[in-house]
Design a protein around this ligand. Structure first.
Ligand code: DGL
Length: 275
């Protein structure tokens, strides 16, 4: 048993996980949090399985060294490509009492409750889509649901480069929406399966048919974490409750602070992490 309590770690390849952290702190404000964005090596969505796994493991280990007992991968790409190996192969050696949770499972557990047509769409990075994680996981909980996926490789760069309000963004948003909807006009529920995409929600709503339900993962992940801590009092007891939020980026802190405010909703003051 670790004597020292620690913050909850929240990890993403860049800024996207801040849309998740924002909802987590709304739901569970009492805990301390450390956010780590691997901006220096983002985007992850176009990288190989091995690369995403090694980058994610390295960042998780940094969060463990900073005192976190529990880390949330607020990144679909990392959850799709690294979570299982970390949970099954690495954690038993590193420390069997620490935990790493992903963001895909909580979404797939509930998506079937929203769709009437039983036709669900997923927008994600190429890495997430190619991993087939969403269709595989949704099949376990809702075998009657058919899943259609669309990779949106231009959306993360639009968000990371603050171009998501531009006319260029409309072009690429429309393009991937059409490519998804042509697969099945009966899709009535779409998962924003990348934590960057909630920033595009206004434009997505503008271009999508009005009766489509769009699911953002922040509130889902926050509810799932609250539920996890209730079911695991031994882990809850290891989470410190000072209400602090600490931000690390592997890239330039000034740029991070400027952009992060948009994702997190309030200004942040980050520290640099040298990998
Ligand atoms: N935000 C990450 C996700 O949820 C992906 C961003 C990236 O490509 O690095 O998948």
């Amino acid at each position: 048993m670790h004597k020292q309590k620690g913050p909850i770690g929240v990890f993403d390849s860049g800024y996207g996980g801040l849309t998740v952290l924002k909802e987590i702190v709304k739901e569970l404000p009492q805990y301390d949090y450390i956010y780590l964005g691997d901006n220096g090596r983002a985007p992850y969505g176009i990288r190989s399985f091995e690369t995403v796994y090694h980058y994610t493991l390295e960042c998780v280990q940094h969060l463990f060294r900073m005192g976190c007992h529990l880390v949330v991968l607020a990144c679909n790409t990392a959850s799709a490509k690294a979570l299982r190996s970390i949970q099954q192969n690495d954690l038993p050696h590193i420390d069997p009492e620490r935990r790493v949770l992903g963001i895909i499972r909580p979404t797939t557990e509930i998506v079937g409750n929203y769709t009437k047509s039983r036709q669900v769409g997923i927008f994600g990075t190429s890495g997430t889509v190619n991993s087939q994680s969403y269709p595989i996981e949704i099949e376990k909980f809702f075998p009657d649901v058919t899943v259609y996926q669309q990779a949106c490789p231009m959306w993360v760069p639009l968000v990371e480069n603050d171009e998501y309000h531009s006319e260029g963004a409309d072009f690429f948003i429309n393009k991937y929406i059409r490519q998804l909807m042509v697969q099945s006009p009966d899709i009535d529920t779409i998962v924003l399966g990348c934590t960057h995409y909630p920033l595009l929600i206004d434009k997505l709503q503008k271009h999508l048919p009005p009766d489509i339900t769009l699911l953002s993962q922040g509130p889902i992940a926050a509810g799932s974490l609250a539920n996890y801590l209730e079911r695991h009092p031994e882990m809850e007891a290891r989470c410190s409750t000072g209400g602090s939020r600490t931000f690390y980026t592997t890239d330039d802190t000034e740029t991070f602070d400027r952009q992060a405010g948009i994702f997190f909703g309030t200004s942040v003051n980050s520290r640099h992490l040298e990998l």
